[in-house]
Design a protein around this ligand. Structure first.
Ligand code: 13P
Length: 341
């Protein structure tokens, strides 16, 4: 393992003013997204849609440091025959790859999940490296509900995340470690913070046991936030303060950067939260975005599967990328959104 090189890639992934585009929706998830805009999920449509983002010059050159791809996309060619990986590299962004193989029910833990894909991961990583991937992603899912999460789910998923991270570094690939505590329930911000703290503590303990070099990874956590169905919605300032406190308690300063998932927050909320955290300042790591939905909802709607809408969709994507780029510097303002609208 060349740690200096891993650290260089990790630093580039969280470069000031930039963040990561999560475009790694599985076939099932992208179909769901396309259903809402009335587009059939064919291989060509998936290619066309992702190509339009990767060719959004303003977004890609100025605000996107890296793109997480799904297996299908890393082997795909643009309409003109250029490999999509090349299109991404030409923009200056780094190609990355989702390597987990989704989730399965966790035995003896009703309603809980374990992320799978460790078997043969070393072989797959070598192929992805050859194809141009310099970082990877693995997502663990922890749900909050009556009686859950169990310690079994937390420790088993943290263990798998650390196994994955160690395998990535051995393959000279920077692991994005994503322990996602879902915001789907009716729990309040206190409960989210309590479970997220537990999951992060356990994750870093497992990373230590498995000798993962923290300088060569990026953490992708959820924020401390109220559940979507909570009766009590925490304010932007409260989300920012609670999240920063939690991260300071759990994430060693040798981790170069933290790139949040959006997890079902609205576009503007995800931006406002990131901005408010960066305004707190004095943090040991970079704080930026690794958003899927909060970057893509607007361009998907603008595109709606029509060639004549491509330029509009690219503008919508570039706008969100710019807003989040500003938020990564603590320089976003709500009226920038209105001006664009
Ligand atoms: P969201 O930002 O839509 O949560 O997606 C990010 C991601 O990569 C989840 O694994």
């Amino acid at each position: 393992m060349n740690l200096a090189e891993l650290n260089k890639v990790a630093q580039a992934m969280v470069a000031p003013g930039k963040g990561i585009l999560a475009a790694d929706e599985s076939s099932g998830t992208i179909k769901k997204r396309f259903d809402t805009i009335g587009v059939e999920s064919t291989e060509d449509n998936r290619r066309d849609y992702r190509e339009l983002m990767f060719r959004s010059n303003d977004a890609m050159k100025n605000h996107i440091s890296g793109v997480i791809l799904y297996d299908e996309t890393i082997w795909q060619k643009a309409r003109d025959g250029t490999p999509l990986v090349e299109v991404i590299k030409q923009s200056g962004a780094i190609p990355g790859i989702k390597v987990d193989e989704g989730t399965k029910p966790l035995p003896n833990c009703p309603g809980e999940l374990i992320t799978i894909g460790l078997d043969k991961l070393a072989d797959r990583l070598a192929k992805y490296y050859e194809q141009g991937a310099r970082f990877a992603k693995w997502r663990a899912v922890i749900d909050i509900g009556p009686g859950i999460p169990s310690f079994t789910a937390i420790s088993t998923n943290a263990h798998a995340l650390a196994r994955y991270a160690a395998l990535c570094q051995a393959a000279q690939i920077v692991p994005i470690v994503e322990p996602e505590v879902l915001m789907d329930g009716d729990h309040d911000i206190d409960r989210c913070a309590e479970i997220t703290e537990f999951m992060l503590k356990e994750t870093f303990q497992q990373l230590y046991y498995q000798r993962v070099a923290l300088e060569g990874m990026v953490l992708k956590p959820n924020m401390a936030i109220s559940g979507k169905k909570s009766a009590k919605k925490a304010s932007v300032q409260e989300v920012a303060e609670r999240t920063v406190k939690l991260l300071k308690d759990c994430v060693p300063g040798s981790v170069p950067g933290i790139a949040f998932l959006s997890g079902g927050q609205s576009d503007e909320e995800a931006t406002a939260h990131l901005d408010a955290m960066n305004r707190i300042g004095g943090l040991p790591w970079k704080l930026t975005f690794s958003y899927g939905r909060a970057l893509q909802a607007a361009p998907q709607k603008a595109w709606a599967g029509k060639t004549e809408n491509v330029a509009n969709a690219q503008r919508a994507f570039s706008h969100r990328a710019r807003m989040n780029g500003l938020a990564s510097l603590g320089q976003w303002k709500a009226d920038l959104e209105k001006k664009a609208a």
